[in-house]
Design a protein around this ligand. Structure first.
Ligand SMILES: [Zn+2]
Length: 327
């Protein structure tokens, strides 16, 4: 979820049970009465050697990177629940603190399901902090709300993604980054974001293709060089697009052949910081897209979360095979 259009849908997890304010100081003076937890420490960049499936943690334990062995990186920036007392709530004009319920569990299940299908694991990068403390899909100042304690954490987050991207490029020469979110919009469908406005997709394919060079799609690299030779428009809305593959596997998605574009009154997330920074909108061999999952559909029962993970994994495996030639 990108902005204040939804509610905080998750139980508010707290790492300590102490109240805020001056009372904390007084309580803290009483031995054993109140544990503020360890002071945050600076985080050196993730260091190898990396072993597929073995997690590596940022120094405070706030970001988890699980290396993989496929040219695929899944980020869950808004699914965390940790809210250490030493981290104040983010306060800034555009700050939004609601989390995307179930998306961290979904990311882990997608990785397991993908591994079952292909024999290889995606890289996972998980923000374990509650979004009220740290927004892992924003530039540094907004992500941290200028809390300098969090700046090394922000750098570690992106260093781990860069580490995973470098591994993908060594392995396959290119690859895909998925920024995984959850939305509570009125229409229960996956919103696939490529940094392109809904209006772009409401045009004919010919018009989309004519505009392509200046659009800055986050999958510009593969859209210009897919093994299938499909058009720029079809790479975003055709049967072999991510939306097309998700829909065919059982989760309605937009854009896709059956739902080409959000209508003018529809809510639709186009993608944000991670999709722009880690995809090919400004060049490079790594593509990115934002998947906004309908939280009512994925999270109302554990079996539905498992089903959604299987569908996403199936679509990702098909996308990598058809367009990148990876299997
Ligand atoms: Zn989100």
């Amino acid at each position: 979820m990108q902005s204040g259009t939804g509610m905080d849908l998750a139980p508010k997890l707290r790492s300590r049970s102490c109240p805020y304010g001056a009372a904390v100081v007084l309580l803290a003076l009483a031995p054993g009465a109140c544990d503020l937890g360890p002071a945050p420490v600076a985080s050196p960049p993730p260091a190898g050697p990396f072993v597929s499936g073995t997690p590596v943690f940022e120094a405070n334990g706030w970001i988890e990177y699980i290396p993989g062995d496929a040219p695929l990186i899944v980020i869950a920036p808004h699914g965390g629940g940790l809210a250490p007392f030493r981290l104040r709530k983010r306060k800034c004009e555009a700050c939004f603190g609601g989390i995307d319920s179930h998306t961290m569990d979904l990311a882990r299940l997608v990785a397991d399901s993908f591994a079952t299908r292909t024999g290889h694991r995606p890289h996972l990068v998980l923000n374990l902090l509650h979004r009220s403390r740290f927004d892992a899909n924003r530039g540094m100042l907004e992500a941290t709300a200028r809390n300098q304690v969090l700046e090394p954490t922000w750098r570690w987050l992106h260093a781990s993604i860069d580490t995973a991207k470098a591994a993908a490029i060594r392995q396959a020469g290119r690859g895909l980054v998925i920024d995984l979110h959850g939305h509570a919009h009125a229409i229960d469908r996956v919103e696939v974001g490529y940094l392109l406005a809904a209006q772009t997709f409401r045009q004919s394919d010919d018009a989309i293709i004519a505009e392509a060079p200046g659009l800055g799609s986050s999958i510009s690299a593969i859209a210009a060089n897919s093994r299938t030779g499909e058009s720029f428009a079809a790479m975003h809305n055709g049967p072999n697009s991510m939306g097309g593959l998700l829909s065919a596997a059982g989760l309605p998605a937009v854009p896709s052949p059956g739902d080409r574009a959000p209508k003018p009154a529809d809510e639709y997330f186009t993608g944000a910081y991670n999709t722009e920074r880690h995809g090919s909108a400004k060049g490079g061999p790594m593509d990115a897209m934002q998947l906004e999952m309908p939280v009512d559909v994925i999270g109302d029962k554990p079996e539905n979360l498992q089903r959604a993970a299987g569908i996403v994994a199936t679509a990702l495996a098909a996308f990598l095979e058809r367009h990148y030639g990876w299997r």
